[in-house]
Design a protein around this ligand. Sequence first.
Ligand code: ATP
Ligand code: MG
Length: 348
Amino acid sequence: MTRIAQIAGDGIGPEVMAVARRVLDAAGVTDLQWTELDWSCERYAREGSMMPADGMDLLAEHEAVLLGAVGWPGVPDHISLWGLLIPIRRAFDQYVNLRPMRTFDGVPTPVRADLAEGVDIVVVRENTEGEYSTLGGRHGSGAAETALQTAIFTRAGIERIAHVAARHAAERGGTLTVATKSNGIIHSMPFWDEVVREVAQEYPIEVHFELIDALAAHLVMRPADYDVVLGSNLFGDILSDLVGGVCGSIGIAPSANIDPTRTHPSMFEPVHGSAPDIAGQGLANPVGMVWSAAMMLKHLGKEKETNRIMAAITTTLADPATRTPDVGGLADTETVADALVDHLRSTA
Ligand code: ATP
Ligand code: MG
């Protein structure tokens, strides 16, 4: 049995998690042993912390963490982020943030349909260093008050994420696009370019470096030209939301926080949050959660089940009767869940 820690969380988190569990069952995944944890803002309100003091030790006994969403109005973001998500990403050295996104037949996109057709991109984001560091501070006062924020790029840190991105590119279309800003950021970004270029040479891939500003424009204007996009912590963060937006809805976007060394559990979660505005109404799109669960299966080596779930997602999204309103459909969460399950059962 493979041990999985489930954190359904807040708001629509438990609603979409229930769908993911049904889908995994229907896909015939029977060898997972679940630990269901009630870690959430609700727990914080009740007990004063998002998770118990020995929470990280408990998670460490698992192969993977499947997370719904945490966050709730009235609980400051730094509590849900620093009380749960960030400690997990850091303590488990989940240095790869994978954000695949693609367009689906029938799902409306904000970019012209002919430009959106066939878009299939994976953003690989460095998840542990770079611009999001705690190094820096505020000095002086009045007009002289100054804030310094130091980005940290290490050779080891760049090398390991570059290997992951290059490997993905080699397995997919053979092209890697690297976001940079080495014309304006004169220390860290030239170093980033240099180390990524060195690593990429070890792979049978084409590598393009693009300035982040131009890349942002190109991803909107001709998204179908891109395949694997590598970004530093900040650039990857921004670009993955941009690509998600281009493809239609936050409700279908998945993500994975991975420790490729498998020393620690990796964590899989939809890109969306707890969506308090639609929680409890049966309106949540479960696809981002289900796709995240499929990514977890792939990480666990269950390629066949992963592909079957992806086929069920594609079929379900193609029909307005089996997709939720955020992607131009008429269905509630339950109807989408039933459609996914039916598809998996009928193709078993
Ligand atoms: P967080 O701060 O946790 O990242 P957020 O508050 O920025 O989250 P979400 O909770 O993701 O954002 O919600 C943003 C908007 O997208 C809301 O209007 C919400 O209803 C909508 N939304 C998010 N997830 C889904 C979903 N799965 N299905 C349908 N709509 C969704
Ligand atoms: Mg929020």
